[in-house]
Design a protein around this ligand. Structure first.
Ligand SMILES: C=C(O[C@@H]1C=C(C(=O)O)C=C[C@H]1O)C(=O)O
Length: 101
């Protein structure tokens, strides 16, 4: 096997690992959203606010520490969490509107 062939084989193996991880991420995100939807329904039913900035602050601090330990850029970890939380809050606002309708 020449060098290019070997490189192609490694590329295919790495891409298989990436695909597996992407599938796991999607499954985990779906599971997370199932929980946050339950939280959103609970909040809507009891008149609690969709967003909880204090809780978010704790989560950001915890995830940034975890990211540092794992060798992941903590700035990226924070941006990723904020991206998800923004979507969750949008869902919770929608649930509140649905509940009030
Ligand atoms: C899920 C919640 O609602 C919002 C979304 C959060 C999240 O996605 O982790 C955290 C805090 C809230 O702003 C919650 O209050 O726990």
């Amino acid at each position: 096997m020449d060098d290019v062939e070997r490189a192609r084989q490694i590329l295919a193996e790495e891409r298989q690992s990436i695909d597996n991880i992407d599938a796991a991420l999607v499954n985990l995100l779906a599971e997370r959203f199932r929980h946050t939807q339950r939280v959103g329904r609970l909040k809507a039913e009891h008149g609690l606010p969709p967003a909880d900035p204090a809780r978010e602050q704790d989560q950001v601090a915890r995830l940034k520490a975890l990211a540092k330990e794992s060798g992941l850029d903590p700035v990226f970890a924070e941006a990723f969490l904020r991206f998800i939380v923004t979507e969750v809050i949008r869902h919770h606002e929608q649930l509140r509107r649905d509940d009030g309708a």
